[in-house]
Write a protein that binds this ligand. Structure first.
Ligand SMILES: *[C@@H]1O[C@H](CO)[C@@H](O)[C@H](O)[C@H]1NC(C)=O
Ligand SMILES: *[C@@H]1O[C@H](CO)[C@@H](O)[C@H](O)[C@H]1NC(C)=O
Length: 193
């Protein structure tokens, strides 16, 4: 009876230990960040999406500025893992997320909340609506928190599409491509910035 219990406990801890280590050995490297805009009301005064120059760990940058305040907006977001064979795997596909409650962290979806909090470290995106005009907003040098992403303990490409919808227009359509890959060596892991 006790020994059975003991075996189960050891098994659970081994699993946790194995997964913790596995995750620590993966990086997310960004390979493309492209934005498009549909702006008939001339809301945007700047939109720039691209990759950072860092060779070791490429990241993505997004810069934007509005010439009219953004009072209300919606977000669509989907993450797809492309597969070499068979159908691509859609990790999630959400549309019509209320952007203002997302900013103020009132969104009820736990992993969206987590992502929002993590992004604060790389971004000056405001905490509530409206977004004042003529302020330069950015997401810069974003690094994924691999430990918080239990789905990724395997190598995979990952494509994220997002839309920022204002007044029924997809004001910004963004595409961010990344690769989850095993760290090459201990030397690389120690040398990361
Ligand atoms: C990045 O993605 C965009 C949109 O899918 C595509 O048009 C462009 O060719 C890609 N750039 C590179 C360098 O792969
Ligand atoms: C995501 O959902 C939208 C509508 O909610 C749908 O039109 C689209 O085809 C879906 N995309 C994927 C990749 O599942």
């Amino acid at each position: 009876m006790y020994s059975k219990f003991y075996v189960i406990i050891v098994f659970i801890f081994s699993c946790i230990y194995y997964h913790a280590n596995a995750k620590a050995n993966f990086d997310m490297v960004f390979t493309n960040c492209t934005c498009f805009s549909e702006d008939p009301e001339e809301m945007l005064s700047r939109l720039k999406c691209g990759l950072s120059k860092s060779v070791k760990r490429p990241s993505f940058n997004i810069e934007l500025q509005f010439q009219k305040p953004v009072i209300k907006f919606f977000v669509n977001m989907r993450i797809v893992l492309p597969r070499r064979q068979g159908a691509d795997f859609t990790l999630f596909n959400l549309s019509g997320i209320d952007g203002c409650s997302l900013l103020s962290n009132k969104n009820q979806i736990a992993f969206i909340q987590l992502g929002r909090k993590h992004m604060d470290r790389f971004s000056n995106v405001p905490k509530r609506c409206p977004w004042p005009k003529d302020v330069s907003y950015y997401i810069r040098g974003f690094r994924a928190d691999m430990a918080a992403m239990p789905a990724f303990n395997f190598e995979s490409d990952m494509n994220l599409w997002f839309d920022l919808v204002v007044n029924h227009h997809k004001l910004i359509r963004g595409f961010i491509q990344s690769k989850v890959q095993r760290r090459r060596s201990h030397k690389n892991a120690a040398g990361e910035d």
